[in-house]
Ligand binder design. Structure first.
Ligand SMILES: Nc1ncnc2c1ncn2[C@@H]1O[C@H](COP(=O)(O)OP(=O)(O)OP(=O)(O)O)[C@@H](O)[C@H]1O
Ligand SMILES: NCC(=O)N[C@@H]1O[C@H](COP(=O)([O-])[O-])[C@@H](O)[C@H]1O
Ligand SMILES: [Mg+2]
Length: 388
């Protein structure tokens, strides 16, 4: 059989699963990798590889054996030095080895944005010990947010309201970080009016933007997202300029999820994913081409189409609440019968744990408030029943 490209997908969660579907529709052969078997993307890919992606030797040997046209990272926690090595030998790393190195750890991308590009960010400092955490908090002020430099979906993150809570925040960060660097970023807490993800695509013909996505987070992890987020033309233009500046600096082709806090007309850069974003799952219903379709096209060097919104839309997550290997989903019939245009995605994760995202509900509405209400309603109708 002839394929248009061979893609090695590094990370096989829900985002990788939708990307794999989009890439396969364009004729790609997809090898899905992760540290555990039967991961969501593996269930729809051509083949799977199970190994720890932070292990450089294991990663190098899989890339050498598979000889992919494109290496597509789906998570941050990857031995990115190996990606730089293989890029130097001619393999295309998406969007670029430099982008994966700088975004793997929060300090890389934050220093580029704040120091090199001069973008507005929250005040911040790094710390590698409890003493340094105290010094950093003194520098940025309290309340502040403490996060491991390597983590995602809010893992190891806490908001500190009083210096007495710093020790607990440091211990929590170290216990929940990914990888081997005991380093945290301490950021001033931003009392934003709202926050957005600006999906930004860099294709062969230039940079384009999706309408902004608003979202609500709890414990540093997203619960609901909606599109379009209401914002002033001035704030949107500022966010687009900042997003363009960062991704031009990172280089490479693909879709990026650029996160901003907005307070009045002030737009504050937070961080970015050089890949589809969890809050962007709303685009599975809201756009004529989803963020995964756009990523696949940009990555494979194909034309990036103009995005059209099908209507105000929202997503709401379906979370597990305990550790389990045996569980069932109930209520799918009810959920899909939620009035209006509603859809459900169940990711197929093989096990649950507290707060693990197992699925998402999607809804169109007359406006984003209506879409949010429908998505939350549909998500709530899906129940996870745990077997003893
Ligand atoms: N300095 C801050 N001030 C106020 N809120 C913050 C700050 N930093 C983070 N948050 C809140 O926590 C959320 C998660 O933070 P951040 O995006 O840095 O973490 P993450 O682990 O990278 O999450 P993800 O991987 O889902 O993007 C933000 O979207 C925001 O709601
Ligand atoms: N904010 C980043 C994000 O949402 N990443 C998505 O979550 C998966 C890990 O989920 P898990 O921890 O449930 O395995 C990742 O593989 C990716 O799809
Ligand atoms: Mg984030």
């Amino acid at each position: 059989m002839t394929f248009t490209a061979t893609i090695l997908l590094l990370g096989s969660g829900e985002l990788g699963r939708e990307f794999a579907i989009s890439a396969k529709r364009l004729g790609a052969y997809v090898v899905a990798c992760d540290s555990y078997g039967h991961a969501p993307a593996m269930q729809v890919a051509d083949e799977a590889e199970v190994f720890p992606m932070l292990d450089g030797d294991a990663l190098r040997s899989v890339i050498e054996r598979r000889r992919p046209d494109y290496v597509v990272p789906e998570v941050e926690a990857i031995r990115t030095e190996v990606l730089a090595e293989v890029e130097a030998r001619g393999v295309t790393v998406v969007p670029s080895a430099r982008a994966t190195m700088l975004t793997m750890n929060r300090d890389g991308i934050r220093d580029i944005a704040a120091r090199e590009l001069g973008l507005t960010t929250s005040r911040y400092a790094y710390a590698e010990s409890l003493d340094e955490v105290h010094a950093a908090a003194e520098h940025v002020g309290v309340p502040c947010v403490v996060k491991p430099v390597m983590s995602s979906s809010g893992k190891g993150q806490s908001t500190v309201h009083d210096a007495g809570e710093l020790e607990r925040a440091w211990d929590y960060a170290v216990a929940n970080m990914r990888g081997d660097r005991r380093r945290v970023i301490v950021e001033a807490f931003v009392a934003f009016d709202y926050e957005i993800t600006l999906l930004t695509v860099r294709g062969r013909d230039g940079v384009s933007f999706c309408p902004p996505i608003g979202h609500r987070q709890e414990r540093g992890d997203y619960r609901e997202s909606w599109q379009p987020a209401a914002m002033s033309d001035a704030a949107l233009a500022r966010a687009q300029d900042m997003a363009r500046a960062v991704i031009e600096n990172l280089s490479g082709y693909g879709l990026f999820g650029v996160e901003f806090f907005v307070r009045g007309d002030e737009v504050i850069f937070s961080e970015l994913s050089p890949r589809p974003h969890d809050t962007g799952m709303v685009t599975l219903l809201s756009q004529n081409w989803s963020e995964f379709d756009l990523h696949a096209r940009a990555v494979m060097g194909l034309p990036v189409p103009e995005v059209r919104l099908r209507g105000p839309a929202a997503s709401a997550v379906i979370l597990a609440d305990r550790d389990a290997e045996r569980f069932r989903f109930e209520g799918l019939t009810d959920a899909l019968a939620t009035p209006g245009e509603v859809d459900i995605r169940l990711f197929g994760k093989p096990t649950t744990r507290p707060y693990r995202r197992m699925g998402v509900a999607l809804a169109l509405g007359s406006d984003t408030d209506d879409a949010r209400a429908r998505a939350v309603e549909a998500a709530g109708r899906v129940r996870i029943a745990y077997d003893r």
